[in-house]
Design a protein around this ligand. Structure first.
Ligand SMILES: Nc1ncnc2c1ncn2[C@@H]1O[C@H](COP(=O)(O)OP(=O)(O)OP(=O)(O)O)[C@@H](O)[C@H]1O
Ligand SMILES: O=C(O)c1ccc[n+]([C@@H]2O[C@H](COP(=O)([O-])O)[C@@H](O)[C@H]2O)c1
Length: 182
């Protein structure tokens, strides 16, 4: 196991778009393992909705039968916003090469990420297309076409857009706590 794909995110909630991205990564290039790393809190966000412990629990259940997929609690266990550069440096103690996976919506803020100049030298970015956002030529692309976002699901939770393994638990949590519509 030398090469990993680091797939970080809030996963608030996890949805079938995330699952499709992980499936596509497993067979991409020289990737040996996908490391899914939920945030405690994204450094650019002010709050989370589901507690980190619950998001970790869901992710572990969703990917429990996937080979070569690991859920890392490195960020969550620190109970603070953790910059991606910190997580990458931590993972480079164990792995030789890291592909860093982001949705195209994150391209707009990427250069403002903490120590971006250093980060870009340490990883190879993989971008997943989204919302017809243009992806500059220097980035690798993994094609996954799922028009789903956690923001929309928090507004109006739809069970068909949640990973089967814990769709009911996720549905009930957001329905009771955040959904605005029936
Ligand atoms: N449907 C999708 N297509 C492409 N990339 C996605 C998709 N859903 C999530 N991603 C990417 O996966 C990573 C983790 O996503 P995240 O947990 O933020 O979910 P999200 O649906 O993007 O949530 P939000 O609506 O709050 O931004 C991010 O880099 C995000 O851009
Ligand atoms: O390192 C940073 O400065 C930084 C700033 C904003 C976002 N990120 C990371 O981007 C990933 C996607 O976040 P999100 O909330 O869109 O799922 C997640 O791993 C965040 O920690 C990282």
């Amino acid at each position: 196991m030398e090469t990993i794909a680091l797939f970080g995110g809030s996963f608030d909630p996890p949805h079938i778009g995330h699952e499709a991205i992980v499936k596509a990564l497993i067979n991409f290039k020289d990737i040996d393992k996908v490391v899914i790393m939920p945030t405690y809190l994204n450094p650019f966000k002010s709050k989370f909705y589901a507690p980190a412990s619950l998001r970790v629990e869901w992710l572990k259940e969703i990917f429990s039968e996937y080979e070569n997929v690991e859920i890392s609690e490195y960020e969550v266990s620190q109970k603070r916003p953790v910059s991606t550069i910190e997580s990458v440096k931590h993972l480079l103690e164990s792995y030789k090469k890291i592909y860093l996976v982001i949705g195209a919506d994150n391209l707009a803020s990427l250069e403002k990420w903490n120590r971006y100049d250093e980060l870009k030298e340490l990883v190879t970015f993989i971008v997943v297309p989204r919302d017809n956002i243009e992806i500059p030529k220097q980035f690798l692309i993994v094609e996954v076409d799922k028009k789903i976002s956690s923001t929309n699901l928090r507004e109006c939770i739809e069970i068909s857009k949640l990973p089967k393994k814990c769709a009911k638990e996720i549905y009930n949590f957001y329905k009771e706590n955040y959904c605005k519509t029936e």
